[in-house]
Design a protein. Structure first.
Length: 281
């Protein structure tokens, strides 16, 4: 055990002196403060772009979109009123969506959303968000198949050396697909949370574009974007749920291995002691 003490002490010291996680939060948006939201019918603002409602949040930030990425009002009275016996509106029992969420199509037309950032020399662009199936009762809807469908999204990262605002084109650096759950009906959200890590290495000068594309499900909603540039996969700079760096995980592994080795040695010592006593008797 005396030999293990220096190992454990060194591990503890290294953990205490380990460098802080390298992460920069680039975007944090719950979509709760749209500028000039207008209910165009069915609790949907369809005629204003996402950029018109949420541009300059934070100052200087711009969205890009292809086709009609909409903003939905949660807890209104119009959506699916007839199907709900006159008491309409999008329902969110969990409260995850707050008062406003974004919605987009996978069929009829290919809606896309683009967010451009400078990740500098960081290795990853990490993206945490909530997604849910939902449907519209107008504006060409319903779009979700009868009986429901799980929404599948693709998140792609594109090199963007010119730093232009767009939905993503040119050299693709990485992509990740996720699939949510089948909602209980067309007007009630059932949210899933995902954190995806997109490999940003290979970009020209740090400028990249994140593209959001709903692949299947007909129609779906998104909310609570948190995007960070980091050297650790999945780290979005959330102090309430930090992601250990590989360096820290390795040190913890050394410490645990040392503890297991110490237990094994103590076990062998007890066995030898018992064996000696039996032989003596």
């Amino acid at each position: 055990m005396k030999m293990l003490r220096p190992i454990l002490s060194a591990t503890a010291l290294a953990l205490l002196s380990a460098p802080a996680a390298a992460v920069v939060v680039l975007y944090d948006q719950s979509f709760e403060a749209p500028v000039g939201f207008s209910n165009d019918g069915g609790d949907v603002n369809i005629y204003k772009t996402v950029n018109q409602l949420y541009g300059n949040q934070p100052a200087g930030f711009l969205f890009a979109q292809a086709n009609t990425v909409e903003t939905l009002l949660v807890g209104g009275t119009q959506a699916w009123a007839a199907a709900q016996g006159g008491s309409g509106g999008f329902k969110d029992p969990s409260g995850v969506g707050g008062s406003y969420v974004l919605g987009m199509l996978s069929t009829v037309q290919n809606d896309l959303l683009g967010l451009s950032f400078d990740v500098g020399s960081y290795k990853f662009l990490n993206f945490r968000l909530n997604v849910s199936s939902i449907d519209l009762d107008r504006w060409g809807g319903p779009f979700v198949p009868q009986g429901g469908a799980a929404p599948s999204f693709r998140f792609s990262l594109f090199d963007n050396p010119g730093g232009a605002v767009g939905v993503g084109a040119g050299t693709a650096l990485d992509s990740v697909e996720v699939t949510g759950k089948v909602a209980p009906n067309k007007w009630t959200f059932d949210w899933s949370e995902f954190t995806v890590a997109l490999d940003a290495t290979g970009n020209t000068n740090g400028n990249v574009t994140l593209q959001v594309d709903l692949l299947s499900g007909g129609y779906a909603a998104m909310d609570n974007f948190r995007i960070a540039a980091a050297d650790t996969s999945g780290d979005v700079g959330d102090p309430t749920n930090p992601v250990p760096e590989p360096y820290t995980l390795a040190l913890l592994g050394i410490g645990l291995a040392a503890i297991r080795l110490g237990r094994a040695r103590r076990g062998r010592a007890r066995w030898h002691g018992s064996a000696y006593e039996n032989m003596s008797s």
